[in-house]
Design a protein around this ligand. Structure first.
Ligand code: PAF
Length: 283
């Protein structure tokens, strides 16, 4: 596996692959890789001839008081995992590679970022959109793979690709869960054993609402109450938001007509976790 740090090195590799008519898929990550990331890596490898994984803890997407300094960083472990997964290149740019001196651009997506996480993390999506636009321009992949756990992030990325006519196809990876249903996240490692035990209550709440939906309840107020009742069984879960929104618009809906997304953000102790479930009549 190639481990590269500079724009020039990753460009050289991708240009060489493209010159040989090989397609390239990028998985952007912030490292601290877990099985959820590795499932995206598998998707990248099966979608393109070459798979590149970027690891960059992007300061622009952390607000004041968020966990930028504590965010887990294990580049050696990550590189080993990626090597074992047959990744072709790991790209670990430093901050000055992504944001060279004088960098002054922000990519701001409106509308879909007004709700859910966007209400509580005002800088988050412009940080994500900006870094992804830069990574797409540096790496120039044919495909880029993102997980559905970050559903609003996924909608933002799709939007910038369409609006800025970025020449990359976005591929969605499913949410990967622990055996008790907790969605995999790099932040799960912050949880104490007691918090970890209760954290799976998030998934149980979503599943109860999904079951109610499939048994004929379409009123989103009732569905939210169903999930809340389940969350409340766990005294360490502190809800930040629970919403049912259009899958692409991210705007709240009252009645589900076809497909909608139930999305939640919860504090478990000091750790903020997000999760979601698709409520779809097609399932
Ligand atoms: O989902 C993440 O890990 C990050 O938000 C991303 C997409 C790598 C951008 O920094």
């Amino acid at each position: 596996m190639n481990v590269v740090y500079s724009e020039c090195e990753i460009r050289g590799l991708v240009d060489k692959w493209h010159h040989n008519n090989l397609t390239v898929a990028l998985v952007p990550t912030m490292g601290a890789l877990h099985e959820g990331h590795l499932s995206l890596v598998e998707l990248a490898s099966s979608s393109a001839d070459r798979a590149v994984v970027s690891i960059f803890v992007n300061p622009a997407q952390f607000g004041p008081g968020e966990d930028l300094s504590e965010y887990p960083r294990n580049p050696e472990d990550d590189i080993k995992k990626l090597g074992d997964y047959g990744v072709d290149a790991a790209f670990l740019p430093t901050e000055d590679v992504v944001y060279p001196s004088g960098f002054a651009t922000k990519v701001d997506v409106t509308g879909i970022t007004d709700t859910l996480c966007g209400r509580y993390r005002p800088d988050f999506f412009s940080g994500v959109a900006t870094v992804c636009a830069v990574l797409f321009r540096i790496v120039r992949p044919d495909f880029a793979v993102f997980g559905r756990k970050d559903a609003q992030q996924f909608a933002v990325i799709k939007r910038i690709v369409e609006d800025l006519r970025l020449d990359v196809e976005i591929i969605a990876g499913p949410i990967i869960r622990e055996s008790d249903g907790l969605a995999m996240s790099s932040r799960n490692r912050y949880l104490t054993p007691k918090e970890r035990e209760q954290a799976c209550g998030i998934y149980h709440g979503l599943i109860c609402a999904s079951e109610a939906y499939h048994s004929g309840v379409a009123d989103t107020k009732v569905l939210k109450q169903t999930a809340l009742k389940e969350f409340e069984k766990n005294d360490l879960l502190e809800l930040q938001y629970l919403e049912i929104v259009g899958r692409n618009t991210m705007q709240p809906v009252k009645e589900i007509d076809g497909t909608a997304l139930m999305a939640v953000a919860v504090y478990v102790g000091k750790t903020r976790l997000i999760d979601n479930v698709l409520l779809s009549s097609a399932d």
